[in-house]
Ligand binder design. Structure first.
Ligand code: PMV
Length: 334
C-alpha cells in the first residue's frame, strides 16, 4: 500500500435546480429518474480540507458552526462523510486515516441545500489528497455516489446539466454555459430557518407512489429543452416559466406521494404570489423555484436584482435574503 501524508482544500458552491431531480430509479447508485439543470450559487460556498494522517487510527470530521466554533460530526452525518472518503480511498488504493474539516460561508440553517456544496468540496479535496487523477465527469460521477445526487452538479462551473441515461457511466453533470455567459441572479428569500422535516432522500424514495409521477415525466423533456435554450439564448421568460412549472410539478409529487409532504409554509405562498403579481402588474421579470423546504429562490437578471430584492425585503414573510450570481466549479484552493 502507498503511504501518503498529504492535505488538500477545496471550495464548492451550492446549486439551485431549474429542473429538479426528484425520484430515483436506483438508490444504491443514486441514479435519478430524470435529468436536471441547475446554476451554481456563488454566494453559498463550502470549504473542506482533507488531511491524510499516516499515524492515526481513526478518521475524524469537524464541522464549523456559524460563529466559527468547530464541532465533531457524529452518527449519520459522520458516516456519510466517511463512506465517501472510503470510496475514494479504495479507488486510490490507500488506507490512511483522515481528518476532514469543513465550513460554510452561509448560514447552514438558511434552508440552502448545503449537502450539495459539502459533498462536491469533500470529493474534490479527497481526490487530490489521495492523488487521484480524475477528469470532471469522473469527479461528478463519484460525487453523485455520495448519496447527495444534486452534489454532482456542483462539480462543473456555471450552468450545468446532470445527464441521465439510467447507467452509472452516463449519469454525470457537465457545463451548459460558463458563469460569465449570463448575469443571472438567484435571490434566496429566507422564510424559515427550521431544519427540513422530511429529508430529500425520503422524498426521492416515495416519489413514484404519486399518481402524478408519470405526468411529471411526460413533460420533463420539453421543460429541460426550454431551460437549456433559455440559458443559451439568455431568455429569462423561457427559463423562468419552465422552472416555475417544474418546481410546481415536483411539489405536486411531494404533496401527493405516500406519505405526503407539504414543504411550503404560508410565507412560501406569499412570496410565490408576490413574484407572479410583480410580473403581471409591472412586468418585473422574476420567477420562483423551491427545493425541499419552505424558502423561495427568486430568479431574475442582474439589472432587476436590486428592485426584486428590495421588494422581497418588504414582505412580512421574508426574514432575510442571500443574493447569488452564477458560481465557479468545485476547485482546489490549497
Ligand atoms: O441531492 P438531494 O438528494 O439532496 O436532492 C435534491 C433535491 C432538490 O434539491 C429538491 C432538487 C434538486 O435537483 O436539487
Amino acid at each position: 500500500m502507498k503511504q501518503l501524508s498529504h492535505a488538500a482544500t477545496a471550495v464548492a458552491c451550492a446549486n439551485i435546480a431549474f429542473i429538479k431531480y426528484w425520484g430515483q430509479h436506483d438508490s444504491q447508485l443514486t441514479l435519478p429518474t430524470n435529468g436536471s439543470i441547475s446554476m451554481n450559487l456563488d454566494g453559498c460556498l463550502t470549504e473542506t480540507t482533507v488531511q491524510c494522517l499516516p499515524e492515526a487510527v481513526d478518521d475524524s470530521v469537524w464541522l464549523a458552526l456559524s460563529g466559527g466554533e468547530e464541532v465533531q460530526a457524529k452518527g449519520r452525518q459522520f458516516e456519510r462523510v466517511i463512506q465517501q472518503i472510503e470510496r475514494l480511498r479504495q479507488l486510490a488504493g490507500v488506507t490512511e486515516r483522515v481528518e476532514v474539516r469543513s465550513r460554510n460561508n452561509f448560514p447552514s440553517d438558511a434552508g440552502i441545500a448545503s449537502s450539495a456544496a459539502a459533498f462536491a468540496a469533500l470529493t474534490r479535496a479527497a481526490a487530490s489528497a489521495f492523488r487521484l487523477e480524475l477528469d470532471e465527469a469522473e469527479l461528478s460521477r463519484l460525487t453523485r455516489l455520495s448519496g447527495s445526487g444534486s452534489a454532482c452538479r456542483s462539480i462543473p462551473a456555471g450552468f450545468v446539466e446532470w445527464y441521465n441515461d439510467g447507467t452509472h457511466a452516463g449519469s454525470y453533470a457537465a457545463q451548459i454555459a460558463p458563469p460569465e455567459h449570463w448575469n443571472l441572479v438567484d435571490i434566496v428569500a429566507v422564510i424559515s430557518t427550521e431544519a427540513k422535516h422530511v429529508a430529500s432522500t425520503s422524498g426521492h424514495s416515495v416519489a413514484t407512489t404519486s399518481p402524478y409521477f408519470s405526468v411529471r415525466l411526460e413533460g420533463i423533456e420539453q421543460r429541460l429543452a426550454d431551460v437549456r435554450q433559455g440559458i443559451l439564448e439568455r431568455d429569462i421568460e423561457r427559463l423562468g416559466r419552465a422552472s416555475e412549472a417544474d418546481a410546481m410539478s415536483m411539489h405536486v409529487i411531494a404533496m401527493t406521494a405516500q406519505p405526503s409532504t407539504m414543504y411550503w409554509l404560508p410565507g412560501t405562498l406569499a412570496v410565490m404570489q408576490a413574484v407572479q403579481r410583480w410580473r403581471a402588474q409591472d412586468n418585473l421579470q422574476s420567477y420562483w423555484t423551491i427545493d425541499a423546504g419552505p424558502n423561495v429562490h427568486v430568479i431574475c437578471e442582474a439589472k432587476d436584482a436590486p428592485e426584486v430584492e428590495a421588494r422581497l425585503c418588504e414582505l412580512d414573510a421574508v426574514q432575510w435574503t442571500i443574493v447569488n450570481g452564477a458560481g465557479p466549479e468545485a476547485r482546489l484552493v490549497g
